[in-house]
Design a protein around this ligand. Structure first.
Ligand code: ATP
Ligand code: MG
Length: 440
């Protein structure tokens, strides 16, 4: 049966196949408390989508007709966040349940405290509340618009999301072009879900992404950094990267990387990035942590090398200084597109710096290199280069592997003369913050 705008498809537990026990216990607490207080409360988005596909959801999102302020009143452990899209975060230790209030459409270009649509169709503020029936159409893809209603444990489908889930199609709700104009980040989300789920982007809408990729140029670089992390940490970074290139989206995020990849299709840089992304996916599949600084260092490596070369040739800088300067220059250009946090970019620079230092294998030098903070990342980076086509580095990678085996305990380099003494640890300051509530 196909749902219509007025008559949704309603699936009971036998049809949707999500046992209540599969829903995160904290999400259930939030749903039940909202329901008991007389509000409509549904699990929505990735939680429903992934459970219906038999996958483990990354997080659980709740949608309700309670306003953010009402949610805050109901949960002591709730915090209101977001200006563009106000919602409540209900915190349980490290776990956060995102609770969004149903949104209503605001088609006309209106500007008031709650909604703001620019002339070009971009939604800048989206805080007009509504009903579930209105909220459905504001979601991005049909497979993300399924609501699990805690009142009767059914799944409600207005948009054909259930059929698309079964067919493996990623379909935008409504007019794709208009929806990408409203929020260009949806193009990155399309690629992310297509890669992660192995779905096909609706063939009718594919070319639209390539045509509109340039709209990402106007999105806040800080938001693009958040999205970049999601793209890389979804467990399908390799495939995601292929799609980003295919649709011309990479040129908006990492223009210099994209340009150099185009110069040499199938070259060393492409292999290097590909191997790094495959490693990332493998680590995520094994539940190991991944460091965004490493990927940033990988993606910008060739642009940095090229910049370094230019500084050596044109300004006669020594290689070490040129490497540091090049890192700085390339990063300062990059953060205009994707605002890489300082705490990561600093580490990327240390990884680049180590690529030169790792050549120092004589005398006391290797001990000093081994004692550096970012040694392990720098060494992994070197070996990845060696195994991605820079054969001349294979012996060096091997040398460092053996050196570490021979010196398994981290060796602290003796402080250099005149180096500042380590600061005494300050006694811990008394926290003025109250203890967080133990539970909702
Ligand atoms: P995951 O959490 O696995 O990354 P998700 O689909 O849950 O995927 P979230 O970013 O957690 O994605 O958002 C939750 C839901 O909110 C989405 O499923 C979608 O319905 C809606 N949503 C999120 N971002 C947008 C957007 N930019 N435009 C329209 N709807 C959105
Ligand atoms: Mg989610």
């Amino acid at each position: 049966m196909t749902p219509t705008e007025d008559e949704p498809l309603i699936l009971d537990e036998a049809a949707h196949g999500i046992p209540l026990s599969k829903i995160d216990v904290n999400a259930r607490k939030v749903l039940n408390r909202l329901h008991d207080a007389g509000y409509r409360a549904c699990l929505v988005g990735g939680g429903v989508r992934d459970l219906m596909l038999g996958l483990t959801p990354k997080d659980f999102d709740v949608a309700t007709d309670a306003t953010p302020e009402e949610v805050k009143r109901l949960f002591r452990n709730a915090r209101l966040i977001g200006r563009r899209f106000r919602l409540a975060h209900v915190r349980f230790g490290r776990d956060i349940i995102e609770v969004a209030t149903f949104r209503a459409p605001h088609e006309e270009a209106i500007e008031d405290a709650e909604a703001l649509v620019e002339e070009n169709g971009r939604i800048l503020r989206d805080n007009v509340y509504g009903t579930l029936e209105q909220d459905v159409w504001r979601r991005d893809f049909t497979i993300n618009s399924l609501y699990y209603d805690i009142a009767d444990n059914t799944v409600i489908d207005f948009t054909g999301g259930v059929a698309d889930l079964r067919e493996g199609v990623l379909r935008m709700i409504g007019n794709s072009e208009q929806r990408y104009h409203e929020d260009p980040v949806r193009m990155l989300r399309a690629v992310r879900f297509a890669a992660k789920l192995g779905f096909d982007i609706d063939p009718d809408a594919k070319h639209i992404i390539s045509d509109l990729a340039h709209l990402l140029g106007d999105v806040a670089p800080a938001r693009l950094f958040e999205e970049f992390l999601k793209l890389m940490h979804g467990g399908a970074a390799f495939r995601t990267f292929e799609l980003l290139r295919e649709y011309g989206l990479l040129a908006q995020l990492f223009p210099e990387t994209d340009a150099l990849l185009r110069e040499e299709p199938g070259g060393t840089f492409e292999r290097f990035i590909g191997n790094a992304l495959k490693n990332t996916d493998k680590r995520i599949a094994e539940g190991k942590p991944v460091n965004p600084a490493f990927l940033v260092a990988v993606l910008l490596w060739q642009p940095v090398l090229r910049q370094q070369q230019a500084l050596i040739e044109n300004e006669e800088m020594p290689p070490f200084v040129a490497m540091q300067k090049a890192g700085q220059i390339v990063l300062s250009r990059e953060v205009r597109h994707v605002a890489i946090h300082k705490r990561f970019s600093q580490q990327s620079r240390e990884i680049w710096d180590l690529q030169l230092r790792l050549h120092g294998t004589r005398g006391k030098r290797p001990f000093r290199v081994l004692a550096r903070d970012r040694f392990r990342a720098g060494y992994d980076f070197l070996c990845l280069r060696a195994h991605s086509g820079e054969d001349e580095l294979l012996a060096l990678c091997d040398w460092w592997t053996k050196f570490q085996e021979a010196h398994p305990v981290p060796v602290r380099a003796a402080p250099e003369r005149g180096a500042p003494r380590p600061r005494r640890r300050q006694p811990p300051r008394r926290s003025r913050r109250r203890k967080p509530a133990p539970s909702a």
